[in-house]
Ligand binder design. Structure first.
Ligand SMILES: Nc1nc2c(ncn2[C@@H]2O[C@H](COP(=O)(O)OP(=O)(O)OP(=O)(O)O)[C@@H](O)[C@H]2O)c(=O)[nH]1
Ligand SMILES: [Mg+2]
Length: 237
């Protein structure tokens, strides 16, 4: 059980208390914590491996901070909690923000010990909506069913693609296109952007709805303002 004073500290913005409670949730997902605060928007960022999701999250964080807001990130590792690869990558990508108390980044495993979506991930997101952040971002690799499942907790879902990934998106074995609200073509500085642009516009616009397609270069920040504005518009509608 978490002492009420510790939960009060989390609400007041104590990051050390927050990290402690998340660890408790990881050890026991049934740990009692406050329910999700629906006033805090949850943004899901998903897409194939290596398209630049973490880089995009990092440049979104820079912009969110510039606009005077605070944000938390949960980066979901599709493999195991032990393989350091993806976790290390996330840490490097989000390095710019490690000393900033207005940003909180946590990597987690997407599967529990018994398989399936980790309850701890969902509960951690719930907790983060009660910790003084203006937005919570969740990054997952959109390759499998359980990663798609994580995206159901988001208010708005961004599907990130990059040049060379058009075919993969069109095949969409995981069903992620269906739940995407916004498409981001990242690495728009690379060759082949025209092809993925064409593939995506076809997918994004169906007779029943037209979804925004934004082009970004996460490494330079180009287009990221446009992406954040698009997300804000989606969240208001
Ligand atoms: N040229 C270019 N490279 C980029 C861009 N965004 C990211 N990268 C590079 O692409 C590589 C992968 O970036 P990540 O942000 O780790 O990608 P990711 O989608 O989070 O990767 P996983 O979490 O492992 O699936 C890194 O070397 C980045 O520097 C971009 O807009 N343009
Ligand atoms: Mg990543």
């Amino acid at each position: 059980m978490i002492a009420p004073e510790i939960l009060d500290a989390v609400r007041a913005g104590d990051r050390r208390a927050l990290a402690r409670v998340i660890t408790a949730i990881e050890e026991d997902p049934s740990t009692t914590i406050p329910e999700r605060d629906p006033a805090v928007p949850i943004v899901g960022i998903t897409g194939p491996p290596g398209v630049g999701k973490s880089s995009l999250v990092s440049s979104l964080l820079t912009l969110i901070r510039k606009r005077g807001s605070q944000a938390a990130v949960v980066a979901v590792d599709p493999s195991s909690p032990i393989t350091g690869g993806a976790l290390l990558g996330d840490r490097i990508r989000m390095q710019d923000h490690v000393d900033d108390p207005g940003v909180f980044v946590r990597s987690m495993a997407s599967r529990g010990h018994l398989g399936g979506l980790s309850a701890a991930t969902v509960r951690t997101v719930d907790l983060l909506t009660n910790a003084g952040f203006d937005m919570v971002l969740v990054e997952t690799v959109g390759v499998g069913q359980s990663e798609v499942e994580v995206m159901h907790l988001a208010d708005v879902v961004v599907l990130v693609v990059a040049p060379g990934f058009g075919d993969q998106i069109q095949a969409d074995k995981a069903g992620i296109v269906e739940i995407a609200d916004v498409f981001a073509i990242n690495k728009a500085d690379r060759d082949g952007v025209e092809m993925v642009r064409r593939a995506l516009h076809e997918i994004a616009s169906t007779p029943s709805r037209t979804r925004a397609v934004v082009e970004t270069v996460a490494t330079s920040g180009s287009g990221v303002e446009d992406l954040l504005d698009t997300l804000e518009t989606e969240l208001e509608s």
